[in-house]
Design a protein around this ligand. Structure first.
Ligand SMILES: NC(=O)c1ccc[n+]([C@@H]2O[C@H](COP(=O)([O-])OP(=O)(O)OC[C@H]3O[C@@H](n4cnc5c(N)ncnc54)[C@H](OP(=O)(O)O)[C@@H]3O)[C@@H](O)[C@H]2O)c1
Length: 197
């Protein structure tokens, strides 16, 4: 199984790991890759800027790719599609490589989707709002047991929000990027207490 994007990986890697998958990440620097494997528990991580991404992916996923959690699209998706297995599933979560494009990018070669009878499905987190508390209960347990770890990067001050936001497109953040606009009034609350509210 391969999942794209290091920061969503921060949370997502653990679910497939808990379910017994072989999980491979993609990140934009070697340092981020080390974080992904050493701190977040991925089986492998590839710096997607390396020259032969296709071959690196093949080495990391010798049995092919069953699930590709895509928040990037573009060139990386095209390379991944060449290595998907029959019946692969691709939750399409984001297209960060294309958000700033000034003209419509060319579409990927869709032949692998046909040949492998793969499923691509748009994923919007809001569609799963009804399952939020079940998720929080699971997550609380996994955090407590150490099965899940996470990392945040907090930028102080609303005035710094635009610069912080732009940094998402060049990989400036290491960890989930948050902008703190005032002291957190719920900081003293535990997650179970917040869940019960
Ligand atoms: N569907 C939904 O419900 C939903 C909800 C929230 C977010 N999203 C999507 O999820 C994605 C991640 O959002 P996030 O807010 O959580 O931020 P994030 O995971 O922190 O993503 C930012 C990271 O994306 C990478 N990146 C930026 N430009 C890239 C490019 N051209 N090619 C490849 N990688 C690039 C950079 O990491 P590297 O240094 O590794 O390149 C950057 O640090 C976005 O596509 C967003 O739209 C979807």
């Amino acid at each position: 199984m391969t999942i794209a994007r290091v920061y969503q990986q921060r949370r997502l890697s653990h679910y497939p790991k808990i379910k017994g998958c072989h999980v491979v990440g993609l990140a934009g620097t070697d340092a981020k890759c080390r974080l992904v494997t050493q701190s977040l528990g991925f089986d492998a991580c590839i710096n997607y800027r390396e020259n032969n991404l296709a071959s690196a992916l093949q080495t990391a996923c010798p049995r092919g790719i069953d699930i590709y959690f895509d928040s990037v699209a573009g060139r990386i998706m095209e390379i991944v599609l060449e290595q998907i297995n029959v019946g692969a599933r691709i939750p399409l979560v984001g297209l960060i490589s294309q958000y700033n494009a000034s003209k419509l990018p060319p579409g990927p070669n869709l032949m692998p989707l046909l040949a492998k009878r793969a499923l691509v499905q748009g994923f919007l987190v809001g569609d799963y709002a009804a399952r939020k508390y079940a998720f929080l209960a699971d997550m609380w347990g996994w955090l407590q047991s150490g099965q899940v770890s996470y990392q945040e990067q907090i930028v102080d001050g609303l005035e710094n929000a635009p610069e912080a936001f732009l940094g998402l497109f060049s990989g400036q953040n290491t960890g989930k990027l948050l902008v703190r606009v005032s002291p957190d009034p719920t900081a003293a609350e535990s997650l179970p207490k917040a869940m019960a509210a």
